[in-house]
Design a protein around this ligand. Structure first.
Ligand code: FMN
Length: 269
């Protein structure tokens, strides 16, 4: 037997190897944390721009995003919450289920209204506005809700009529590739452009239907094709739009903004 071939030496080599590897992995994880955070932020910015059709190859994401105005909205009043700085605003903190149950930061949702399985709804949301010559061209609203395997997080961009959709983009979800993850398929996403949210009486009508939209249907302007084999994800998308565009979501803010836009328009005529 080789004199190095002892249990103690084998264990020593094994444990040393484990230690060295764990030090390398931990240092890489810590060292790359800032870069990960930066890349995640860039990715979100690109989704925000893309939802509003503003992502082009001509300029960097940073440059394009500098044209976007960020504001924090108080969902209960519909007003801007200027006491919260959008630059340092951490929306995740308000979303977290285990975050303070303080009703000042989030409210508990009862099952009859919690159609997107959020459990709690944060009282403040950071929203994004794109203007051209001081005129609003797009409002970009963060939305989230349960799909099949977990929560989908995304951005819904709407025009200044606050009814016409520009686009819907997800930046995070756990849905199955080829099924629910088809929410990222450019062909499916392209259907959102031009769809209407509300009926003439103000009812939320937009939905992902089961099957394909009938081109002859009078409802087609409110409908998007279902994701085949992914009815649960499709329903999740419809539910999150209904929730976030409804009274507990952005409805108060959108109503207030609509008045503001109309007032401004009447002054300009
Ligand atoms: C491995 C696996 C992954 C699935 N992933 C999804 C998914 O991401 N989204 C979804 O809605 N349904 C998914 N399903 C299907 C659901 O379990 C369910 O059958 C389906 O939503 C019903 O939709 P359909 O009526 O369009 O067939 C998956 C099923 C399996 C077996």
């Amino acid at each position: 037997m080789n004199k190095n071939d002892t249990l103690v030496k084998t264990l020593f080599v094994g444990i040393s190897l484990c230690l060295v590897c764990s030090v390398i992995i931990s240092s890489a994880a810590v060292g790359l944390r800032d870069q990960q955070k930066y890349l995640k932020q860039k990715d979100q910015q690109s989704k925000i721009l893309s939802s509003a059709g503003l992502l082009t190859n001509q300029k960097s994401i940073e440059e394009l995003f500098s044209a976007i105005e960020e504001r924090v909205v108080n969902l209960d009043t519909g007003e801007y919450e200027d006491s919260l700085d959008p630059k340092s605003f951490d929306g995740k903190k308000f979303e977290a289920e285990d975050y303070s149950r303080d009703p000042l930061t989030s409210i508990k949702l009862t099952t009859d209204v919690d159609i997107s399985s959020l459990k709690r709804r944060e009282n403040f949301k950071k929203i994004y506005i794109y203007k051209e010559e001081n005129e609003i061209k797009a409002i970009i609203l963060p939305v989230r809700g349960l799909g099949l395997w977990g929560t989908l997080y995304g951005y819904l961009a709407i025009e200044s009529d606050l009814n016409t959709i520009i686009g819907l983009e997800y930046f995070s979800h756990k849905e199955t590739p080829g099924l629910g993850a088809e929410v990222d398929n450019p062909r499916w996403k392209s259907q959102w452009k031009g769809k209407n949210i509300y009926s003439s009486t103000g009812e939320i009508k937009i939905e992902v239907i089961k099957g394909l939209v009938d081109p002859e249907s009078p409802e087609k302007k409110y409908q998007v094709d279902g994701l085949s084999g992914a009815t649960i994800t499709s329903r999740g998308v419809s539910n999150m739009l209904s929730f976030w565009l409804g009274e507990l979501g952005y409805a108060k803010f959108l109503n207030r903004l609509k008045e503001e836009i109309e007032r401004k328009e009447s002054l300009n005529v």
